[in-house]
Design a protein around this ligand. Structure first.
Ligand SMILES: [Zn+2]
Ligand SMILES: [Zn+2]
Length: 436
């Protein structure tokens, strides 16, 4: 397949690309892109371990004449193409799979099993569709290389590790993404979407995805016999009060016009019916859009935990331990509003009004937000590309079942629709931003 592709690439670089429309060029690339997709899909890698995937991106970009640097921020890839004066445009794909055992029933399903860094044995799957992101990235690289005569500027394409850990973007930036390489004026990315039809494009001006913080609370108690509670300080009762009181943060302390989530997703304590344990552990996910709401929630959680412990009569040295790393989190993805509207108008012209729709923001997280947050003058946009086969939407409706979400072992996107749409959309925007 590789030999065939080299032939096509060589031909494409020689001239005929300009004779074809961008859509026709994408169509011509699809068989080769789907071969790459099948390979990436069958060989997913967990966060921080995207070595093989990064190698594929790097090799493809190198063949096209990009200047490629590997191991940027861990396994990250930076592929730059300097093509005359003009703006710098960054196009990003994330590369990691998830510790999920695939159950799509696809013939090409992932059979990969690994032991995680935490020692858990698990299947690995591209359950978030980052394989469609990487494949489209290669599609965009090919189109941009083939159409070099039509644009002027610097294209910086990056393969990012560890998005699922909310760490990869930060690691690439800390490793000099904006100092060792040209700093962008524009940053673009897409994410496949599990809730709307294949080939549809969704965009959200302003906040599109949320701040995501993880909080661990260790609620201390004084253990003892379940029959003599008066001799103990019961951490289960105290932790229960904390969980209850936390519900008032969003409902009573945050404006109803702001979005916020505090979910206690894990509550562990005790080992036996008649023993009051000396500790309970809570794990929370905390979501917001603005820095202000985020700070109010995180401050509020610490205050509630301590306040309830005081109310329960806990001694000073047994206050709950609230652990949250305020720098290591997934910041909200903010799409520069006027830039988003401009790009949406451009996409509507190319794909038609029906295929490009405005979407409400979601409380999911995406660390793509860091690329724009690093320097507010950078205009950034992450958009959605629908991946649900229309027949599947109809079937789900008649059978009254919900569609699998991203991260589901059943998430089986219409990959050709996602990849062809995303490749054409990203190439359209990138060429427009650097048009000669
Ligand atoms: Zn994900
Ligand atoms: Zn994702």
């Amino acid at each position: 397949m590789r030999i065939v592709w080299t032939g096509i690439a060589a031909l494409a670089l020689m001239a005929p690309a300009s004779a074809q429309t961008l859509g026709e060029q994408v169509k011509a690339e699809m068989p080769s892109l789907m071969t790459i997709y099948a390979d990436l899909h069958a060989n997913p890698e967990l966060s921080f371990h995207e070595v093989r995937s990064a190698g594929i991106l790097a090799a493809e970009a190198r063949k096209l004449g990009f200047e490629v640097t590997e191991k940027v921020g861990g396994t990250g890839v930076v592929a730059a193409m300097k093509n005359g004066a003009g703006p710098v445009v960054l196009v990003r794909a994330d590369m990691d799979g998830l510790p999920v055992t695939e159950q799509t029933g696809w013939p090409g399903a992932s059979k990969v099993r690994v032991t995680t860094d935490e020692g858990v044995e698990t299947g690995v799957m591209h359950a978030c569709g980052h394989d469609t992101h990487m494949t489209s990235w290669i599609g965009v690289a090919r189109l941009m290389a083939a159409n070099k005569a039509k644009w002027s500027g610097t294209l910086v394409m990056i393969g990012q590790p560890a998005e699922e850990r909310g760490a990869g973007a930060r690691m690439m930036l800390e490793d000099g993404l904006y100092t060792r390489f040209p700093k962008p004026q524009y940053a673009l990315a897409f994410h496949d979407a599990a809730q709307f039809p294949a080939g549809m494009i969704g965009y959200t001006p302003g906040y599109a995805l949320a701040n995501v913080d993880s909080v661990d609370i260790t609620v201390k108690g004084i253990g003892g016999h379940g029959a003599y509670p008066q001799t103990t300080k019961d951490p289960i009762v105290l932790a229960s009060r904390i969980v209850g009181a936390l519900q008032t943060l969003v409902s009573r302390e945050i404006s109803p016009l702001d979005s916020a989530v505090v979910t206690v997703g894990s509550f562990h304590a005790g080992a036996k019916h008649n023993i009051i344990p000396d500790e309970a552990k809570l794990q929370l996910t905390v979501r917001s859009y603005t820095d202000d709401v985020r700070n109010k929630l995180l401050d509020g959680i610490a205050r509630v935990a301590k306040g309830e412990a005081i109310a329960a009569g806990m001694p000073e040295d047994k206050m709950p331990v609230v652990k949250v790393d305020r720098t290591e989190y997934t910041p909200a993805a903010f799409n520069t509003p006027d830039f988003t509207e401009e790009m949406a108008a451009l996409l509507k012209t190319r794909f038609g009004e029906q295929r490009v729709v405005q979407m409400p923001p979601v409380m999911g997280g995406e660390d793509f937000g860091r690329y724009g947050r690093e320097d507010k003058s950078i205009k950034s946009l992450i958009f959605w590309v629908g991946g649900v086969p229309p027949a599947e939407i109809e079937a789900a409706k008649t059978e009254g079942r919900t569609l699998p979400s991203l991260h589901s072992p059943f998430w089986a996107p219409d990959a050709p629709a996602v990849i062809s749409t995303a490749t054409e959309a990203l190439a359209t925007m990138t060429m427009e931003l650097m048009a000669r």
